[in-house]
Design a protein around this ligand. Structure first.
Ligand code: KG4
Ligand code: ZN
Length: 336
């Protein structure tokens, strides 16, 4: 049996995981950084320093919990883009040092690709072709997979991302960061038609997204209401905002899957945790005989198990990285 030791440090979560090459998780440890909370967002320099502080201890704990020795590891995997460059460099430098000292192959992965491959951990029966909807804090993309290594971005946001819109709305409502899970919780049972919000780029043959107009409409609406009104109608306002963000994601993924004659849609990235997106897409896609897959809640968040999952096809194909490889903040889903 081969084992992959993987690192994820692209933003504010340090994570170390060990998976076997059948996508079974032996251990998946995540150390988040509550230190950023008081700033209402992630401070890049602080994130890098905290990764430095956490990564060694987390690695030792991962090995202890999996009852493996470093010599049992077959390959080292690490995400190298996109993300905060300082944070990525901490994970990459640590992974390179281990790969060099153990004389084991280094496998580099794209963070968004790893969000997509997180689905393989929960659904080992899954295989391409499929359409992946990637929705994170910084990305909103539709990616058509013909095989694990042949894919094409077939839709994308022209401006802001879906996750960013959740975060901005929560900030304007004074609800904290990150906004997605807070709005998701508040919206349960709320009236989705309470606030009339725009539905940009709605025309039939369009598979791109735009969230900047919606962000402005949300800001204008919130600024026009009294604090007492916002407080009383919090639930309905959250439900309306959530519906406006996930509506285009649901409609366009189904339309694109139909156009490409695909019968599987995967959801990936932090926003894949959203209950309205998971339930709405599953229900609406079913009517078109399209099956929807998404990772368990813990695997939607940034974690190293998904990095290992994305590294497994590369391990099997012998696609290893040289030790001279560098991290980049280049956006988008890519093979590297
Ligand atoms: O993938 P991720 O953990 O980090 C990036 O790679 O960007 O995604 C973080 C994003 C944040 O914008 C957060 O608000 C959003 O995922 N998010 C959610 C939910 N949980 C996390 N958005 C909507 N509903 C959720 N339940
Ligand atoms: Zn992510």
């Amino acid at each position: 049996m081969s084992f992959i030791l993987a690192f994820e440090s692209s933003c504010d979560d340090t994570s170390v995981a060990i998976l076997d090459t059948d996508y079974q998780i032996l251990v998946n440890l995540i150390s988040s950084q509550p230190e950023h909370l008081e700033f209402g967002g992630v401070l890049p320099e602080l994130a890098s320093r905290l990764h430095m502080k956490n990564i060694m201890q987390l690695s030792q704990l991962a090995l202890a919990k999996s009852h493996l020795e470093l010599q049992d590891i077959s390959a080292i995997a690490v995400s190298i883009n996109p993300g905060l460059i300082g944070s990525l460099l901490v994970g990459l430098s640590f992974a390179k040092a281990l790969a060099w000292s153990l004389q084991k192959p280094l496998i580099t992965v794209n963070h968004l690709l790893s969000h997509i491959f997180a689905n393989y951990i929960d659904h080992p029966e899954l295989n391409p072709p499929f359409l992946a909807l990637v929705v994170s804090g910084g990305h909103t993309e539709l990616v058509h997979f013909e095989t694990d290594t042949v894919f094409e971005i077939v839709g994308r946001t022209l401006d802001d991302a879906a996750g960013e819109t959740f975060d901005k709305a929560a900030k304007l409502l004074g609800l904290g960061f990150p906004g997605g899970p807070i709005i998701d919780n508040l919206a349960q049972g709320g009236d989705t038609s309470f606030v009339n919000l725009p539905n940009p780029m709605a025309d039939k043959d369009n598979y791109d997204f735009s969230y900047s107009g919606l962000k402005t409409a949300i800001r204008n609406y919130i600024q026009q209401q009294s604090p007492a009104f916002l407080q009383t109608h919090q639930k309905d306002i959250a439900a309306s905002i959530q519906a406006a963000i996930v509506g285009p994601l649901i409609r366009k993924s189904i339309r694109k899957a139909q156009k490409l004659k695909l019968d599987k849609i995967l959801i990936a990235g932090g926003v894949a945790a959203n209950s309205a997106l998971r339930e709405g897409l599953t229900q609406k896609a079913k009517a078109h005989h399209i099956r929807v897959f998404y990772p368990s809640l813990q695997l939607c968040m940034d974690n190293a198990a998904m990095v290992a999952a994305a590294a497994i096809p590369k391990y099997k194909a012998g696609l290893f990285a040289p030790l001279s490889v560098n991290a980049t903040s280049q956006k988008g889903t890519r093979l590297l």
